[in-house]
Design a protein around this ligand. Structure first.
Ligand code: M6R
Length: 357
């Protein structure tokens, strides 16, 4: 039930702090440590390479998950779009573990890959919001998202839940391998939940930003570097899906290799600047597009901000920024769709779960 909310999407965006806290609680043991089933930890440790398979928003969560697993647990990870995996199957390593990420657990393209790799005798873990879903039943192991039903076609709370669960999977695997992390994930996710609340309380500002940058435009670009690039991809998907504004997310460094040709007077460029290591470079990209007339909307993180920024998100652990930098993008897209009188919860031509290939 959406209660007093005008749309499920807005309700689900607002639920994100709560979902974070629920995930922390569900994955904590009596001593307060994060924990997952031992057989899943064993499967992670038996693998010499992990293959993440997913579609759409879940694929974008997988890109972030790769960073977690490689940086924390030091296991190599590849991320693949499920519909492409069949044609472009990479040479598999000797002991692969497949991780399927799917909110619904019913995505036909992902299921196609799962059936295939099971036939080949490989192990599979499904990360899903729906207990008992097809992908969960057919895989060897399941991790649940505990996000509650997601009704809006545009995925929001499932994306952040997927990223949180992937961070826990990476942390627990790292610990089991004797790798010391220089932060406490429970604490860091708690900080994230609080930061999410701050962002959910800033709706009026995001409505204003959306009006300022997106009210009449036909297209929009999202740029970022490193982990911000992946969030930009998700921001572009959200925007095009519900507001029908043609949107593209790409790596800041790629600008000069083509896309900058599209920048005209007034073209909105939404730039994410949450990573200290690439802050100068992404701001350099902003200067390049501004010189061509772009209308820049910079979303930065506290500590890295400058006066030209449109919004500054609260500071969180540098690896976990996608959990909060995505919220401005979700809200900006929501208001863009609203201002254009689009059907926010049921965008044209789309289904909540894509059960045909
Ligand atoms: O249920 P799944 O996570 O497998 O769905 C994958 C995509 O169809 C889904 O994320 C889609 O891209 C969303 N509508 C994006 O908001």
């Amino acid at each position: 039930e959406k209660g007093t909310y005008p749309h499920y999407m807005l309700k689900e965006i607002d639920e994100q702090p709560l979902v974070m806290r629920k995930i922390i609680q569900k994955y904590q043991n009596d001593r307060g440590d994060l924990t997952i089933d031992q057989e899943i930890v064993d499967a992670m440790n038996d693998a010499d390479r992990i293959y993440i398979i997913a579609a759409g928003t879940s694929y974008h969560a997988g890109l972030v998950g790769k960073q977690f697993i490689e940086k924390m647990a030091k296991v190599p990870v590849e991320v693949h779009i499920s519909s492409e995996f069949g044609y472009n199957m990479p040479l598999l390593s000797e002991k692969p573990l497949f991780i399927f990420i799917s909110q619904s657990g019913e995505t036909a393209d992902s299921r196609g890959v799962l059936v295939n790799v099971k036939e080949m005798g490989h192990k599979a873990l499904t990360i899903t919001n729906v207990q008992g879903s097809t992908l969960s039943r057919e895989a060897d192991y399941t991790l649940l998202l505990y996000a509650g039903p997601e009704i809006a076609v545009a995925s929001t709370k499932a994306y952040t839940a997927q990223i949180a669960v992937l961070s826990i999977l990476a942390e627990v695997t790292a610990k089991s391998r004797g790798i010391d992390l220089d932060f406490n994930l429970v604490q860091e996710l708690g900080i994230v939940a609080n930061a999410m609340e701050v962002l959910c309380d800033a709706k009026e500002e995001f409505e204003e930003i959306s009006r300022k940058f997106l009210s009449t435009t036909r297209n929009a670009f999202f740029i970022g570097r490193g982990i911000d690039f992946y969030v930009g991809l998700e921001g572009a998907l959200k925007l095009k899906e519900i507001s029908y504004i043609q949107a593209e997310g790409f790596a800041g460094g790629e600008l000069k290799h083509g896309t900058i040709a599209l920048i005209e007077n007034g073209t909105p460029v939404i730039a994410l600047a949450t990573q200290e290591s690439v802050n100068l470079s992404i701001r350099g990209n902003v200067k390049e597009v501004v010189a061509r007339g772009a209308n820049p909307c910079i979303i930065s993180m506290k500590g890295l901000e400058t006066e030209e920024d449109s919004f500054i998100i609260p500071e969180v652990n540098g690896l976990l920024t996608p959990l909060i930098s995505v919220i401005p993008l979700q809200l900006i897209s929501y208001y863009a769709a609203l201002h254009r009188e689009c059907d926010v919860d049921k965008p044209r031509n789309l289904a909540k779960s894509v059960t045909v290939e």
